[in-house]
Design a protein around this ligand. Structure first.
Ligand code: TXA
Ligand code: MG
Length: 326
């Protein structure tokens, strides 16, 4: 696989219908021309992702909204004025410019203007919309460095556009505004923009699910490492750990240092920062590091559900999937 920092080259690969992995402030994306059904089909093949699972279309500027969506409510315009460029995706009714393959046949489309300077340069150079899911194999942990992408997708990508590690570290928040008049704003996935900041514009958010809009609840676990994950409230950590250790097997702990008085013998400890922004930034790299040590079980401390803590908690519970209860 070719990798480097050549924006021209990356934009040319996308324009030719190829696949480019690129950094955003949330996670690395696996991009293709959002107007081309053939190009988008390569994304699903490279990820091993079911084709009914819709992709987010990335744009250089909020002013392009009207090219990609129709029936745009005023609240959507107010929200993106505050949020873009940044870690927010909004769902609106799609325009004809969006290939049906991009939305998995859905009449709606997810749109986002990323803030990362490398993503911005690529989008500006290409000019069109870039459809991009996270650049990992389906169901796995999203990549927050170029090396993560290389190890997950390797030769399945035509060009890996390198940037630094992602500064936010969890995926964008997804808010559905496609049925604003009937249902108001619905939170489909907590993420890099806090609920508090969004609700300041939209009012209280309703709840929905982004993982499989066509068939809710069919995906049991997602954002998942190889190891079994058990997510607990911090005070439970010291109680659960001896029981997990007693089962045998190799045990890892993912938590801020303050969550454990002492680290039991034999436990692999991966430390998270104490603040929720730091936890979000480090989460995926630390989960990958734990997988690399070969632990069988990861006991993770849930963060407070404020700000980015809501997204971190959501990802830990999804990583745990139906297995989360000790
Ligand atoms: O931060 C992010 O959002 C990253 C970066 C690369 O932008 N992208 C990302 O994409 O996380 P992906 O495909 O891994 O997750 C997008 C989620 C999926 O769960 C998908 O079902 C949902 O967004 N989604 C996309 N379009 C949708 C639509 N029209 N209706 C409902 N859900 C949608
Ligand atoms: Mg993903």
């Amino acid at each position: 696989m070719e990798r480097g920092t050549d924006i021209e080259r990356a934009a040319a690969v996308i324009a030719a219908g190829g696949l480019v992995a690129f950094p955003t402030e949330t996670v690395y994306g696996l991009g293709a021309d959002a107007s081309s059904a053939d190009a988008v089909a390569k994304i699903f093949a490279a990820k091993g992702r079911p084709t009914g699972h819709p992709l987010i279309v990335h744009l250089a500027r909020g002013a392009q909204l009207d090219d990609w969506a129709i029936d745009i409510p005023g609240v959507a315009r107010r929200l993106v004025t505050v949020a873009w460029p940044g870690p927010l995706t909004i769902i609106l009714n799609k325009s004809l410019r969006v290939a049906d393959a991009t939305t998995g046949g859905a009449a709606t489309v997810g749109l986002r203007v990323p803030a990362d300077p490398v993503a911005q340069a690529l989008l500006a150079r290409f000019g069109g919309g870039i459809a991009a899911p996270s650049a990992n194999r389906f169901g796995g942990i999203s990549p927050t460095t170029a090396d993560h992408v290389a190890s997950d997708l390797g030769d399945r990508v035509d060009y890996l556009l390198e940037g630094g590690p992602c500064t936010v570290g969890v995926e964008s928040t997804i808010v559905d505004l496609s049925a604003w008049t009937a249902r108001g704003a619905v939170l489909l996935r907590p993420g890099g923009m806090s609920r508090e900041a969004i609700e300041a514009v939209t009012g209280p958010l309703g709840t929905g699910t982004a993982e499989s809009p066509a068939a809710p609840g069919t995906l049991e676990s997602h954002y998942a490492p190889r190891a079994l994950v058990i997510a607990v409230e911090p005070p439970e950590l010291a109680l659960v750990l001896p029981a997990v250790l007693a089962q045998g097997g190799r045990v890892g702990v993912l938590a801020p240092r303050s969550a454990l008085r002492e680290i039991p013998e034999g436990v692999v400890f991966e430390q998270l920062p104490e603040d929720v922004e730091g936890m979000a930034r480090e989460l995926y790299a630390r989960l990958r590091a734990l997988d690399e040590t070969g632990v069988d079980v990861v006991v993770a401390a849930l963060p407070p559900a404020v700000g980015l803590g809501e997204a971190v908690g959501d990802r830990l519970l999804r990583a745990a999937g139906p297995r989360r209860k000790p």
